[in-house]
Design a protein around this ligand. Structure first.
Ligand code: MN
Length: 341
């Protein structure tokens, strides 16, 4: 790290997150962009989410009242991989043709679906390799999507280090569908796939859920409490009836095991904080509510072992600005619970 660095100065556009003075070797937390959005079913653009976050991050100040000297933890954001981005563009064209066929009642071209599924497998393997390699080097990873299907490979890599961990998922959607629109590794299936493929994930706690289907409710009901949900409606009704938000956060955190991974879908927040996300839904958490929940987790004595932020749009800088704040807060709190500072 450059010792002349002034954490109160303006951010240098040096290619790194918030202009932080680290490289891949000396940083402890590595942000891995995954520019993949093949199966996005609604608004496109999240493949460029990581670069929007990087660009918007220069606007942020480094002071974090929850983690003093947070800038010293050492965060480095890797370059976007152009091959994955290209694969996303090709796959998204095939997926769009397939979804148009479905919506217009035309025959399904199985070749389109198979190709997208094959490319999803490639991305999952690439993410797993990247993350496993970083973990082997003693780094901690924050994955930045892309659509919400992107963390699967990372969760596989983590399961080789941690034999038992839980996931705190902030999201408008359960993402528990067994495939969606024919795509095995759909953004809407990330946690179905996670739970089916990774036994080390002993618990999934979902928060902010407000757009979901019967198949998902059945899956949750039959999960023997491996999945527990704090629906957006239930959270708000508890607040309206006088329960404190602190008590709600404590009951959420209580459900999680010692090691916790955070999966943050930006659409878990109010849509005015993520207007260009793939699938915006009215309602959700405010930013202070989300941050308070993360802080409650960090102060509970549990350890944050990794995180992702997905579905950040790229059509406007604002989405990147909010996304960058969410990434910084998760990285700082994770660094604190891991004793990196
Ligand atoms: Mn999601």
């Amino acid at each position: 790290m450059n010792t002349d660095f002034n954490p109160s100065g303006f951010a240098q556009k040096n290619g790194n997150f918030i202009g932080l003075p680290y490289n891949e070797e000396d940083a402890k937390i590595i942000l891995l962009p995954v520019p993949w959005e093949a199966t996005v079913s609604y608004a496109a653009g999240t493949a460029d989410g990581p670069e929007n976050i990087r660009e918007a991050s220069y606007q942020l100040d480094l002071f974090d009242a929850d983690v003093l000297d947070a800038y010293k933890i050492g965060i480095f954001m890797k370059e976007t991989d152009e091959e994955i981005k290209e694969l996303s563009t090709i796959s998204r064209e095939l997926a769009t043709m397939h979804i148009d066929n479905l919506e217009n009642g035309h025959g399904v071209v199985q070749e389109f679906v198979d190709k997208v599924n094959a490319n999803s497998n490639k991305v999952n393997s690439w993410v797993k390799e990247q993350c496993a390699d970083l973990i082997k080097k003693g780094k901690v990873v924050g994955l930045i999507g892309g659509e919400h299907s992107t963390p699967l490979g990372y969760l596989h890599a983590l399961s080789e280090k941690y034999s038992d961990f839980g996931i705190l998922q902030i999201d408008a959607h359960c993402d528990l569908r067994k495939a969606y629109e024919g795509f095995t590794y759909s953004h809407a299936s990330i946690f179905y796939n996670t739970l089916e493929e990774i036994p080390a994930v002993s618990k999934l706690v979902q928060v902010g859920i407000r757009d979901y289907c019967e198949e998902e409710v059945d899956y949750i009901t039959n999960s023997n409490k491996r999945v527990e949900v704090f629906y957006d409606q239930a959270i708000n009704e508890s607040l309206f009836e006088g329960k404190s938000y602190r008590d709600i956060c404590l009951s959420i955190v209580e459900k999680l095991p010692q090691h916790v991974y955070i999966s943050f879908d930006i659409d878990g927040l109010w849509p005015n904080l993520c207007p260009n996300t793939g699938t915006p839904v009215a309602g959700g958490l405010s930013l202070p509510q989300a941050f308070y929940l993360l802080k409650t987790l960090a102060e509970s004595g549990k350890t944050i072992i990794g995180f992702d932020l997905c579905e950040v749009g790229a059509a406007e800088e604002w989405d990147g600005n909010v996304g960058a704040r969410v990434v910084y807060k998760m990285a700082n709190l994770m660094g604190k619970t891991l004793g990196l500072i």
